[in-house]
Design a protein around this ligand. Structure first.
Ligand code: UDP
Length: 313
């Protein structure tokens, strides 16, 4: 049995990780300052004696009493709209926050896992993206605050690994979806779901021909847990390689929700990647992991959550 610290534990992915570790009998310390996370995501865990919540900004010095076996650093704004609104907090949590979380892991002799991102590949010139690809990032673009913070976080994690011998893992997370995504986080799935369920136009950006590959959150969590338990310190892509254009995705959501909504077009945001698909050869070989939940099945499981959030029966 172990005790884990999850920073950003009240966020979308963080809260699913809290559930998973508790379900396995581990103790969870969840840290979040609710900048983009929400108490709603962890409300069901209060009262569980194995769950402890600390409202805290991870860019400050971290101190927690008792043993900690693993630190999973998931705190960060993670949607393009959020990091446009919160550019300095995004840079700080990815750099200063990662440094604090690494220092804390070192002090506790804990294993450390960094939540990195497919954004380290920027607007990729290699397709699909393999871990060996160094990326195509605009450092001073509007997305640079997230991309560069995560790239710095990876560099810092590898430095702690190499210089201090810290036991570290890096997961590069591709587009993930499921219950507990914030309705207003601006990402394509909550936006399309809300629009479809309310009968509004689905807003495809640009010509809608850009692609993404969407992974259901349960699959992602399985991959992260496997990576944490592996002995592999270099970055590993976790995502679903099933790639789709945003336009096709809009049509799929209209169909699955039985909506009468139409699709309208809006300008493409700056530096929006044109394609994205994970190469998961490494995850398959090293972790024996691959996604199991098809996108349409995951979408069906997610519709109920959004209906409830919107007060639709
Ligand atoms: N997108 C869209 N309409 C929306 C929100 C997003 O067409 O209402 C597009 C966006 O331009 C991008 C893709 O959907 O090409 C995925 O965007 P998201 O914000 O979910 O995350 P990203 O994958 O860009 O980090």
């Amino acid at each position: 049995m172990s005790r884990v610290l999850i920073t950003g534990g009240a966020g979308f992915i963080g809260s699913h990780l809290c559930d998973r570790f508790l379900a396995e009998g581990d103790e969870v310390v969840c840290m979040d300052n609710f900048l983009t996370g929400s108490p709603d995501n962890i409300a069901h865990l209060f009262g569980n004696s194995k769950f402890k919540f600390i409202q805290y900004n991870v860019t400050d010095f971290i101190y927690i009493e008792g043993k900690i076996d693993a630190v999973l650093h998931f705190a960060s704004p993670a949607s393009p709209i959020d990091y446009l609104k919160l550019p300095i907090q995004t840079l700080k949590v990815g750099s200063l926050g990662t440094h604090k979380a690494l220092g804390f892991a070192k002090a506790k002799g804990a294993r450390f896992l960094l939540a990195s991102t497919s954004e380290v590949y920027g607007d990729p010139l290699m397709h699909p993206q393999r871990e060996e690809y160094w990326g195509n990032v605009n450092p001073i673009g509007v997305r640079g605050v997230y991309d560069e913070a995560k790239r710095f976080g990876e560099a810092m994690t590898m430095a702690y690994h190499r210089y201090h011998g810290l036991d570290t893992r890096i997961v590069r997370i591709f587009n993930t979806f499921g219950p507990r995504m914030r309705l207003e986080d601006g990402r394509v799935l909550p936006a399309f779901m809300q629009q479809a369920l309310l009968g509004e136009d689905l807003t495809a950006f640009g010509d809608g021909m850009q692609t993404r590959s969407f992974c259901y959150v349960d699959d992602l969590v399985n991959g992260i847990v496997r990576l944490l338990r592996s002995e592999y310190a270099e970055p590993v892509n976790i995502g679903n390689p099933d790639e789709i254009t945003i336009l096709q995705f809009a049509k799929e959501i209209i169909e699955l929700t039985g909506s009468k909504s139409k699709i309208s077009f809006k300008p493409l945001p700056e530096d929006d990647p044109k394609v994205r698909q994970p190469d998961i050869t490494k995850a398959k070989a090293i972790l024996g992991w691959e996604p199991k939940v098809p996108r349409t099945e995951g979408l069906k499981r997610t519709i109920g959550y959004f209906k409830k959030k919107l007060g639709i029966k």
